[in-house]
Design a protein around this ligand. Structure first.
Ligand code: LFR
Length: 463
């Protein structure tokens, strides 16, 4: 039996989880959770990266000696380092509005058709390529000698070794997902310096050992492994589907990432127009998916309501509201920045000529009906664009705990839903480390068989 720590940074909290892995066993415990509160300073929304790092050190100390550590987080964001390896300013949050400038600059030089045909990455205003362009000409950018994606930055602070993990590198919009190399010509044409990123590393590669002062602080020594450091890559590795099941997945958290696992990217014009992305997955797979604005809609409502009503109560009441009274486009750009989400949902309903939700339960029902519908559309589109059949839908991540969302997704898709594990991301992170450390042998199929044998899953039949 070996033990591993998964550091998993999410949009609203970070966690350190410890997993014990044997050839036929897999147990997971959360040892530490800490808030992730973005901070607006002046015009700019930042990640409080040092608070996150402190939470990680506290979590590792609580974890105690482990055989490996792996780090994953949301994608696209990065920190810039100066010539001495020091961080220049707090990383900027992908929901910050500076990206609009970067989009205009890049698209003036390289049309999206070209970006897509090379990288297969969906258009999102926050893609790293646009963020780097938005930052051009600033003092920070002129001082920068290196850019590290968030999990790579944490890995660098823990080990002193700088690398760029491949699954997350693919989300920059600067990588060719088929050859797994940077699209240098494209980057040059877009006016961004891809040489800022240190060498690419694959999930499973060792990053390094803990630095002496980190060892002293956490109380043990350990290897840090590269994992699928893009949280969605780890989550998809943690989808317990059989290889022959014709499965689609929904990684349901702040975002719903909805799609299929493929062997090769699809970079057709139809796929571009449908805004499907080809992100690199664990073991060279392609995560062919669409970003659906996920439970962010509900999280922002709860923030505005100051959590004065418990989520369980809200969901119970929402289940009683008549189905599909108001369905809005979950991907409406007005939902992207933080803000008064109940008011935005109401105005989206009004604009769409739908009944405006009057109560909190009606707002929640509108959100979940709209997400279920967006899940269905993404799965239908993925099947059509890839020519694959889909017979079942796996929901993993926090959303797998939301019974109403799972049932409504099954109903909208007219397909059985298998829900769980809730902790797919941490499990995917740990399994990749465990394989590198020799705790078991095999590929994604063996990892998923271990998940099916050890994790509790729940089935929803369409009604
Ligand atoms: C999910 C996620 C998505 C990515 C978004 C922004 O946490 O990583 O995959 O598109 O956050 O980074």
């Amino acid at each position: 039996m070996k033990t591993f720590a998964a550091v998993d940074l999410g949009a609203s909290s970070g966690r350190v989880m410890v997993g014990s892995v044997g050839p036929r066993s897999l147990d997971l415990t959360e040892v530490h959770r800490f808030a992730n509160r973005p901070v607006r300073v002046g015009e700019t929304l930042h990640w409080d990266i040092l608070a996150l790092y402190k939470g990680i050190l506290d979590g590792l100390r609580a974890a105690g000696p482990v055989d490996g550590i792996g780090i994953d987080s949301w994608a696209v964001d990065y920190g810039l380092l100066d010539a001495r390896g020091a961080l220049i300013g707090n990383p900027v949050h992908y929901r910050d509005e500076r990206t609009a400038r970067g989009v205009a600059e890049v698209l003036a030089k390289v049309p999206h058709e070209e970006l897509y045909s090379q990288t297969g990455i969906q258009f999102q205003p926050f893609n790293t390529v646009f963020q780097l362009a938005a930052e051009r000409g600033t003092p920070a950018s002129s001082m920068a000698k290196q850019a590290l994606l968030i999990p790579d930055l944490i890995g660098y602070w823990l080990t002193g070794v700088a690398g760029t993990e491949l699954t997350n590198a693919s989300t920059t919009g600067l990588l060719d997902p088929r050859a797994s190399v940077w699209s240098r010509t494209l980057a040059e044409a877009a006016g961004v310096d891809v040489n800022l990123f240190p060498p690419l590393r694959r999930p499973g590669d060792e990053l390094g050992r803990l630095l002496p002062h980190v060892r002293d602080e956490v109380g043990f020594d350990s290897t840090v492994y590269n994992v699928g450091s893009h949280d969605t890559a780890s989550a998809v590795a943690g989808v317990p589907a059989r290889a022959d099941a014709h499965a689609a997945y929904v990684c349901a958290g702040t975002w719903s990432l909805v799609g299929l696992e493929l062997e090769a990217p699809i970079r057709s014009e139809a796929s571009r127009k449908a805004n499907f992305t080809n992100e690199v997955g664990v073991d060279g797979t392609i995560r062919y998916l669409r970003n659906v604005t996920g439970l962010w809609l509900l999280q922002e409502c709860q923030r505005v309501w100051e959590a004065s009503t418990e989520l369980d109560t809200l969901l119970r009441e929402a289940a009683e509201v008549p189905a599909r009274r108001s369905v809005v486009d979950a991907n409406d750009p007005r939902f992207m920045p933080p803000g008064d989400m109940p008011a935005r949902i109401a105005s989206a309903c009004e604009d769409a000529g739908q009944p405006v939700p009057r109560t909190r339960a009606e707002t929640v029902r509108c959100i979940l009906d709209s997400l279920a519908e967006a899940h269905r559309r993404a799965i239908d589109d993925a099947a059509r664009l890839s020519g694959r059949r889909v017979d079942e839908v796996h929901i993993v991540g926090g959303g797998a705990n939301n019974e109403l969302l799972c049932q409504l997704t099954a109903d909208a898709c007219r397909l059985p839903v298998v829900a769980g594990p809730v902790e797919a991301t941490a499990l995917g992170n740990i399994l990749v480390q465990a394989r590198s450390a020799g705790a078991f042998e095999g590929g994604l199929a063996e990892m998923r068989a271990l998940l099916r044998a050890t994790q509790s899953l729940r089935r929803y039949a369409p009604k």
